[in-house]
Design a protein. Structure first.
Length: 233
Protein backbone atom coordinates (compact mmCIF):
# COMPACT_ATOMS: atom_id res chain seq x y z
CA UNK A 1 0.00 0.00 0.00
CA UNK A 2 1.02 3.62 -0.52
CA UNK A 3 1.26 6.49 1.93
CA UNK A 4 2.39 9.04 -0.65
CA UNK A 5 2.87 9.20 -4.40
CA UNK A 6 1.79 6.90 -7.21
CA UNK A 7 3.46 3.88 -8.76
CA UNK A 8 2.68 1.73 -11.78
CA UNK A 9 3.46 -1.88 -10.87
CA UNK A 10 3.66 -4.79 -13.28
CA UNK A 11 3.02 -8.25 -11.89
CA UNK A 12 3.64 -11.04 -14.41
CA UNK A 13 3.08 -8.43 -17.13
CA UNK A 14 -0.24 -7.15 -15.74
CA UNK A 15 -0.28 -3.45 -14.77
CA UNK A 16 -1.67 -2.00 -11.53
CA UNK A 17 -1.83 1.60 -10.34
CA UNK A 18 -0.72 1.66 -6.71
CA UNK A 19 -1.80 4.80 -4.88
CA UNK A 20 -3.74 5.93 -1.84
CA UNK A 21 -6.84 3.78 -1.35
CA UNK A 22 -5.41 0.71 -3.11
CA UNK A 23 -3.95 -2.42 -1.53
CA UNK A 24 -2.07 -4.89 -3.72
CA UNK A 25 -1.59 -8.55 -2.76
CA UNK A 26 1.10 -10.39 -4.73
CA UNK A 27 1.57 -14.15 -4.67
CA UNK A 28 4.92 -15.87 -4.24
CA UNK A 29 7.18 -16.30 -7.29
CA UNK A 30 5.45 -13.51 -9.25
CA UNK A 31 7.68 -11.31 -11.42
CA UNK A 32 7.34 -7.73 -10.23
CA UNK A 33 8.72 -4.40 -11.43
CA UNK A 34 7.54 -0.84 -10.93
CA UNK A 35 7.78 2.75 -12.10
CA UNK A 36 7.17 5.80 -9.89
CA UNK A 37 4.93 8.29 -11.71
CA UNK A 38 4.91 12.04 -12.10
CA UNK A 39 8.11 12.73 -10.21
CA UNK A 40 6.30 11.86 -6.98
CA UNK A 41 7.97 10.65 -3.84
CA UNK A 42 6.66 7.11 -3.52
CA UNK A 43 6.32 5.99 0.11
CA UNK A 44 5.09 2.38 0.18
CA UNK A 45 4.33 0.11 3.11
CA UNK A 46 4.91 -3.56 2.38
CA UNK A 47 5.59 -6.91 3.99
CA UNK A 48 6.54 -10.39 2.79
CA UNK A 49 5.14 -13.35 4.69
CA UNK A 50 4.29 -17.04 4.71
CA UNK A 51 0.61 -17.31 5.71
CA UNK A 52 -0.27 -19.07 8.90
CA UNK A 53 -2.66 -21.99 8.28
CA UNK A 54 -5.76 -20.13 9.45
CA UNK A 55 -4.94 -17.13 7.21
CA UNK A 56 -5.49 -19.12 4.02
CA UNK A 57 -9.26 -19.05 4.37
CA UNK A 58 -9.18 -15.24 4.39
CA UNK A 59 -6.65 -14.84 1.56
CA UNK A 60 -8.40 -17.35 -0.71
CA UNK A 61 -11.37 -14.99 -0.95
CA UNK A 62 -9.19 -12.40 -2.73
CA UNK A 63 -9.63 -12.46 -6.52
CA UNK A 64 -6.12 -13.23 -7.75
CA UNK A 65 -5.40 -12.96 -11.48
CA UNK A 66 -1.93 -13.43 -12.98
CA UNK A 67 -0.46 -13.60 -9.49
CA UNK A 68 -1.95 -10.47 -7.94
CA UNK A 69 -5.17 -9.13 -6.43
CA UNK A 70 -6.01 -5.43 -6.22
CA UNK A 71 -8.26 -4.34 -3.36
CA UNK A 72 -9.81 -0.86 -3.42
CA UNK A 73 -10.55 0.45 0.06
CA UNK A 74 -12.71 3.44 0.82
CA UNK A 75 -13.27 5.72 3.77
CA UNK A 76 -12.95 4.35 7.28
CA UNK A 77 -11.72 0.91 6.16
CA UNK A 78 -8.76 2.47 4.34
CA UNK A 79 -7.86 4.45 7.45
CA UNK A 80 -8.06 1.35 9.65
CA UNK A 81 -5.88 -0.75 7.32
CA UNK A 82 -3.38 2.10 7.00
CA UNK A 83 -3.18 2.40 10.79
CA UNK A 84 -2.55 -1.34 11.20
CA UNK A 85 0.12 -1.37 8.47
CA UNK A 86 1.91 1.52 10.18
CA UNK A 87 1.75 -0.43 13.44
CA UNK A 88 3.34 -3.41 11.69
CA UNK A 89 6.12 -1.24 10.27
CA UNK A 90 6.89 0.27 13.68
CA UNK A 91 7.08 -3.14 15.34
CA UNK A 92 9.39 -4.58 12.70
CA UNK A 93 11.62 -1.49 12.55
CA UNK A 94 11.93 -1.30 16.34
CA UNK A 95 13.32 -4.83 16.51
CA UNK A 96 14.02 -6.42 19.87
CA UNK A 97 13.10 -9.81 21.36
CA UNK A 98 10.34 -11.74 19.60
CA UNK A 99 10.18 -9.20 16.76
CA UNK A 100 8.98 -11.78 14.25
CA UNK A 101 6.21 -13.01 16.55
CA UNK A 102 4.95 -9.48 17.27
CA UNK A 103 5.14 -8.68 13.55
CA UNK A 104 3.00 -11.69 12.68
CA UNK A 105 0.43 -10.66 15.27
CA UNK A 106 0.37 -7.14 13.78
CA UNK A 107 -0.03 -8.56 10.27
CA UNK A 108 -2.88 -10.74 11.47
CA UNK A 109 -4.63 -7.55 12.64
CA UNK A 110 -4.30 -6.21 9.08
CA UNK A 111 -5.84 -9.37 7.60
CA UNK A 112 -8.63 -9.47 10.19
CA UNK A 113 -9.45 -5.83 9.40
CA UNK A 114 -9.66 -6.68 5.69
CA UNK A 115 -11.67 -9.84 6.34
CA UNK A 116 -14.21 -8.31 8.71
CA UNK A 117 -14.55 -5.31 6.40
CA UNK A 118 -15.46 -7.73 3.57
CA UNK A 119 -12.74 -6.10 1.44
CA UNK A 120 -11.20 -9.35 0.20
CA UNK A 121 -14.59 -10.81 -0.68
CA UNK A 122 -15.71 -7.93 -2.84
CA UNK A 123 -16.08 -8.63 -6.55
CA UNK A 124 -13.84 -7.03 -9.15
CA UNK A 125 -15.23 -3.55 -9.90
CA UNK A 126 -17.55 -3.15 -12.85
CA UNK A 127 -15.46 -1.71 -15.75
CA UNK A 128 -17.65 1.40 -15.78
CA UNK A 129 -17.06 1.95 -12.06
CA UNK A 130 -13.35 1.35 -12.61
CA UNK A 131 -13.36 4.00 -15.34
CA UNK A 132 -14.91 6.49 -12.90
CA UNK A 133 -12.39 5.57 -10.20
CA UNK A 134 -9.46 6.04 -12.56
CA UNK A 135 -10.89 9.39 -13.71
CA UNK A 136 -11.18 10.55 -10.11
CA UNK A 137 -7.58 9.63 -9.35
CA UNK A 138 -6.36 11.37 -12.49
CA UNK A 139 -8.48 14.54 -12.18
CA UNK A 140 -9.21 15.01 -8.46
CA UNK A 141 -7.71 18.53 -8.49
CA UNK A 142 -10.29 19.64 -11.05
CA UNK A 143 -13.94 20.56 -10.43
CA UNK A 144 -15.81 17.25 -10.72
CA UNK A 145 -19.53 16.54 -10.44
CA UNK A 146 -21.65 13.42 -10.12
CA UNK A 147 -23.11 14.12 -13.57
CA UNK A 148 -19.63 14.45 -15.05
CA UNK A 149 -18.50 11.16 -13.53
CA UNK A 150 -21.64 9.47 -14.84
CA UNK A 151 -20.74 10.66 -18.35
CA UNK A 152 -17.22 9.23 -17.96
CA UNK A 153 -18.73 5.91 -16.91
CA UNK A 154 -21.37 6.00 -19.70
CA UNK A 155 -24.32 5.50 -17.37
CA UNK A 156 -26.90 7.56 -15.57
CA UNK A 157 -26.12 9.34 -12.33
CA UNK A 158 -28.39 7.01 -10.36
CA UNK A 159 -26.82 3.90 -11.93
CA UNK A 160 -23.34 5.13 -11.07
CA UNK A 161 -24.38 5.83 -7.48
CA UNK A 162 -25.79 2.31 -7.03
CA UNK A 163 -22.89 0.49 -8.70
CA UNK A 164 -20.26 2.61 -6.96
CA UNK A 165 -21.87 1.94 -3.61
CA UNK A 166 -21.97 -1.80 -4.37
CA UNK A 167 -18.36 -2.15 -5.57
CA UNK A 168 -16.48 0.54 -3.63
CA UNK A 169 -18.66 0.81 -0.54
CA UNK A 170 -19.29 4.56 -0.59
CA UNK A 171 -20.92 7.01 -3.07
CA UNK A 172 -18.74 8.48 -5.86
CA UNK A 173 -18.59 12.03 -4.51
CA UNK A 174 -17.64 10.78 -1.06
CA UNK A 175 -14.91 8.69 -2.67
CA UNK A 176 -13.69 11.79 -4.53
CA UNK A 177 -13.41 13.69 -1.27
CA UNK A 178 -11.53 10.78 0.33
CA UNK A 179 -9.03 10.83 -2.55
CA UNK A 180 -8.59 14.60 -2.25
CA UNK A 181 -8.12 14.50 1.51
CA UNK A 182 -5.74 11.51 1.35
CA UNK A 183 -3.63 13.36 -1.20
CA UNK A 184 -3.71 16.48 0.99
CA UNK A 185 -2.47 14.41 3.95
CA UNK A 186 0.41 13.14 1.80
CA UNK A 187 1.36 16.68 0.78
CA UNK A 188 1.16 17.97 4.35
CA UNK A 189 3.52 15.24 5.49
CA UNK A 190 5.95 15.22 2.59
CA UNK A 191 6.09 18.81 1.24
CA UNK A 192 6.58 22.32 2.62
CA UNK A 193 3.81 23.88 0.53
CA UNK A 194 1.47 26.30 2.29
CA UNK A 195 -1.84 24.84 3.47
CA UNK A 196 -3.79 27.08 1.07
CA UNK A 197 -1.66 25.87 -1.86
CA UNK A 198 -2.23 22.25 -0.87
CA UNK A 199 -5.96 22.86 -0.60
CA UNK A 200 -6.08 24.29 -4.13
CA UNK A 201 -3.88 21.47 -5.51
CA UNK A 202 -6.30 18.91 -4.09
CA UNK A 203 -9.48 20.46 -5.48
CA UNK A 204 -10.49 22.70 -2.54
CA UNK A 205 -10.56 26.33 -3.75
CA UNK A 206 -11.85 27.44 -0.33
CA UNK A 207 -9.12 26.97 2.30
CA UNK A 208 -11.54 27.28 5.22
CA UNK A 209 -13.80 24.57 3.79
CA UNK A 210 -10.73 22.40 3.24
CA UNK A 211 -9.62 22.86 6.86
CA UNK A 212 -13.10 21.92 8.10
CA UNK A 213 -13.31 18.79 5.95
CA UNK A 214 -9.73 17.77 6.74
CA UNK A 215 -10.37 17.93 10.48
CA UNK A 216 -13.40 15.67 10.08
CA UNK A 217 -11.26 13.30 8.00
CA UNK A 218 -8.20 13.12 10.25
CA UNK A 219 -9.32 14.50 13.61
CA UNK A 220 -6.72 17.28 13.32
CA UNK A 221 -6.39 20.65 11.62
CA UNK A 222 -4.05 20.67 8.60
CA UNK A 223 -1.39 22.52 10.60
CA UNK A 224 -1.62 20.17 13.56
CA UNK A 225 -1.48 17.16 11.24
CA UNK A 226 1.65 18.54 9.57
CA UNK A 227 3.32 19.27 12.92
CA UNK A 228 2.71 15.70 14.11
CA UNK A 229 3.63 13.88 10.91
CA UNK A 230 6.80 15.83 10.17
CA UNK A 231 8.11 15.94 13.74
CA UNK A 232 11.68 14.68 13.86
CA UNK A 233 11.93 14.37 10.08
Amino acid sequence: MTLAGRCRMRVNGREFMVESGVLLLVQAAAQVDWEVLGGDIWHPLWTVFHPRPHWHEWLETAEFCEGAAQVTLGGALWNRVRREMLRLERIYTRGGPHRDLWSKLALERVLITLHTGHALRSRAPDPRVQAAVEWIHGHFAEPLSADGLAQVAHMSRSQLFLLFQRHIGIPPMQYLEQVRLSRAAEMLGFTTLAVQAIAAACGFPDADHFAHRFKRFSGQTPRDYRAQHTAGS
